[in-house]
Every structure is written in structure tokens, then in C-alpha cells.
Ligand binder design. Structure first.
Ligand code: ATP
Length: 238
């Protein structure tokens, strides 16, 4: 399994206009993640995406550092991106080709040279998430949930060591939610995912609760869900 290490990694943004003080998005965080499935839960705006985006260098730490299998996310950004696939909440931020199968084929370009084999591999990847029948459809003419599954197929086709997924079930109906969860839980690679779906979070091997830019709980997923529920009921963790 891979190792994601946060070493006093924090993120702040400078103040602007009337607000001279900087805003802290994530307070310095030190922990190592080696478990196969790690969930991140917390209220809207608590800092979950910021934490996730640090892992593949989409966001740079303004203090401390983040390492993926010993590679610094800033100094070795390209190598880290090769290792870490990122699934965005909004699939349209991710899908770059106009047709579903073409997008998956693009992810396979580096590993499958032959065009026919690439097409066959793309169809298998789409089949694995239940949407092989959408292979030739425009990414604009499918539903939001179908797009989310297409984006998952594309990111998985790239075959990276780690998958970071930011609220991957948001657009999915019950059946596809279950399909996505089972797919993610069946993957050989390490997966770090943020979610508002507490049942999904509870399936992880470890979970972090983020509140106001601070990881306020780190431990077994079931306990993390309980912690988050009591935080929300107490008026925090909204
Ligand atoms: N570039 C930025 N400049 C200023 N504030 C930012 C910036 N990026 C994010 N924020 C703020 O940082 C906080 C944390 O954002 P983040 O996207 O990490 O939250 P989140 O927990 O993923 O939320 P959600 O559940 O709504 O997706 C939010 O209040 C957000 O508005």
C-alpha cells in the first residue's frame, strides 16, 4: 500500500482588500495514511477538498510539506501526479474529450499503444462501472451521474497507485451509489475520499473528521462518523 505523509502541512491564503489578515484553510497537519481506504468527513467549507488537493499537488502547502511514497508534492509534482489520480466532484472539470470512450482512451494512451486494444480496454473500463452502453455518447448528452461514472472509468484507466476522490457519489442515484462504493472498495490501490455520505464513510479503514480547517478526529471510521454526528448536533461541524 502507498504512504501519504502530511508533515505540518497547512494552507493559508493571503488577505485581500479590507481584510488584511490571512485566512487559514487548513491548520498544520501531521499524519501518515497507509490504510487502503481513508475517508474524510466534515461540514461544507470545513477543509476536506483542501486536504485532498494537497495530496496530488493541486494545492501547495503554505507551511510544511506533503509526501507521497517519499516524493514531495511540490518538488516532485510531476512524479506525484503520475502516482495519484484525482476524481473531481464535478466530472466536467475532468472529462476533456467530447465522447465518453475517447476520454477513457486518452487515459490509456501511455499504457496501451495499439488503437484497437485501447478501444477494447476503454470499453472494459466503462463496463466495470456499468456504462459500456454510453461509450459513443457525447459527454454533454449524458446525465450528471453518468458523467461521474465516466470520470471514474477514466481516472481508473490511468492505473495510478492512489485514487483521491472528492465527493464521488454526489450525483449518483441509489443503485449507482452502491456500484461506485463497491467499485472503490474493490480497488487494489489506496483510496482517499471525501464524502457527505456517512454510510460510505463508515466503510473506510480509517476516517478523519475536519472542522474549521482542523482535523478534530482521526481513527476508526465508525467512531469518526459518531464524532461528526455529535459535532453537528452540538452546532459545530455544520
Ligand atoms: N482560494 C481560496 N481563497 C479563499 N478561501 C478559500 C479558497 N479555497 C477555499 N477556500 C475556503 O476554504 C474553506 C474550505 O474549503 P474546502 O473546499 O476545502 O471545503 P470542503 O470541506 O471541501 O467543503 P464542501 O463540503 O462544501 O465541498 C471554505 O470556507 C472555502 O470557502
Amino acid at each position: 500500500m502507498s504512504r501519504i505523509a502530511f508533515r505540518a502541512a497547512g494552507v493559508s491564503v493571503p488577505g485581500s482588500g479590507a481584510q488584511a489578515e490571512e485566512t487559514v484553510l487548513l491548520r498544520p497537519l501531521t499524519l501518515e495514511l497507509t490504510e487502503p481506504r481513508v475517508a474524510v468527513i466534515g461540514a461544507n467549507g470545513s477543509g476536506k477538498s483542501t486536504l485532498l488537493r494537497l495530496v496530488n499537488g493541486l494545492t501547495r502547502p503554505t507551511t510544511g510539506s506533503v509526501e507521497v511514497d517519499g516524493l514531495d508534492s511540490v518538488a516532485r509534482a510531476r512524479d506525484v501526479r503520475r502516482k495519484v489520480g484525482f476524481l473531481f466532484t464535478d466530472p466536467l472539470s475532468q472529462l476533456v474529450m467530447p465522447v465518453v470512450a475517447e476520454d477513457v482512451e486518452l487515459s490509456l494512451r501511455a499504457t496501451v499503444r495499439d488503437g484497437r486494444e485501447r478501444r477494447a480496454a476503454a470499453l472494459r473500463a466503462l463496463g466495470a462501472v456499468g456504462i459500456a452502453h454510453l461509450a459513443d455518447r457525447s459527454i454533454y448528452d449524458i446525465s450528471g451521474g453518468e458523467r461521474q461514472l465516466a470520470a471514474l472509468a477514466s481516472v481508473l484507466a490511468a492505473g495510478q497507485d492512489i485514487l483521491v476522490a472528492d465527493e464521488p457519489t454526489t450525483l449518483l442515484d441509489l443503485r449507482n451509489n452502491a456500484l461506485l462504493q463497491d467499485t472503490i472498495h474493490g480497488l487494489p490501490q489506496q483510496v482517499l475520499y471525501a464524502t457527505h455520505d456517512l454510510e460510505f464513510a463508515a466503510r473506510a479503514d480509517r476516517a478523519l473528521v475536519v472542522d474549521g480547517g482542523v482535523v478534530v478526529f482521526d481513527g476508526p471510521a465508525a467512531s469518526a462518523v459518531e464524532h461528526y454526528r455529535s459535532l453537528a448536533l452540538a452546532g459545530g461541524g455544520r
